[in-house]
Design a protein around this ligand. Sequence first.
Ligand code: DAH
Length: 346
Amino acid sequence: MTITEFKTACETLQQEYQTKISAAQSASEVEDLRVASLGRKGALTDLLKSLKDFSIEDKKTAGPLGNALKAALTAALDEKQSFFATKELNEELNKTEIDLTLPGEPVACGHRHPLSVAQDRMTEILSQLGFEWAEGPWVEDEKHNFDLLNIPLHHPARDAQDTFFVDGKMPLVLRTHTSNVQSRYMEKHKPPLRIMAPGRVFRNDSLDATHSPVFHQIEGLYVDKNVSMADLKSDLTAFMKGLFGDKAEIRFRPSFFPFTEPSVEVDVKCVFCQGKGCNVCKGSGWIEMLGAGVVHPNVLKNCGIDPEQFSGYAFGMGVERLAMMMLNIKDIRTFYENDLRILKQF
Ligand code: DAH
């Protein structure tokens, strides 16, 4: 074979295979063409065998021609091969019916329980007023739940009809109020002290729209020199303004609790009708919010604080009650039934 014939053979081979590669209908056809052209017994390999009979001069011309042809055929084969690979992938995607343009599925996202939201709001305001967090046990002895708080033996609260008693060696109860934190805290800490004690309390009540055997209270206690009813009034006013806005107003009504003297019940001007009278405040214009008073000297004495030197105020409020007001919830059971359709609204 002459060098000229070699050149022509290269061009013919290139044309022949370019045409065949273009016409290939599948990936396996492309693979067959690869073997037929570049394989060990392929057309190009065959053609290159003739190189060995060429002079050195001719080899210098023929070698690069052969290499260029091999590179061109490899490129054409690879391109066609990747065309089929992409095509196959697209067909696969179409088969599984994935619509990549669809928006993603929304992720269900939980949120805090309305009671927690309300309690956090209340403790947040109290802490801005300088109250520190305190806690006490749910299962409590009668001493801290009743005795130290000046609640006499014959008091109805000590009756099994009102209180859950726990069987055991010591007379134990489920705490009926967060006031147990008062006695526990004052035993251990000396004034000045200013604490808030949120938590669960238990009463032997049956569940209805306004009562629950388990509910939540927040206790407040402030003991220092010269603490008076005036401090109580100004702090509770600030608290209610924080909760219900600057227009909030409170009033004190005389009341009785064994652990405070004098004792008051605190009402807030109805936030729904601004005191005009509506069905929430039952026409009175005021809503009863909490019990409070000046800490009874006996309570201070019982807990090791000298009532001649120190005085204090205390208050206790129901979290559910305030939360129902804040969120306009009419039935206390809403908080405990965990019906997501309802909870999601808050
Ligand atoms: N412990 C009372 C109750 O559960 C609420 C209360 C009233 C707490 C007056 C106080 C207080 O600290 O001074 O009904």
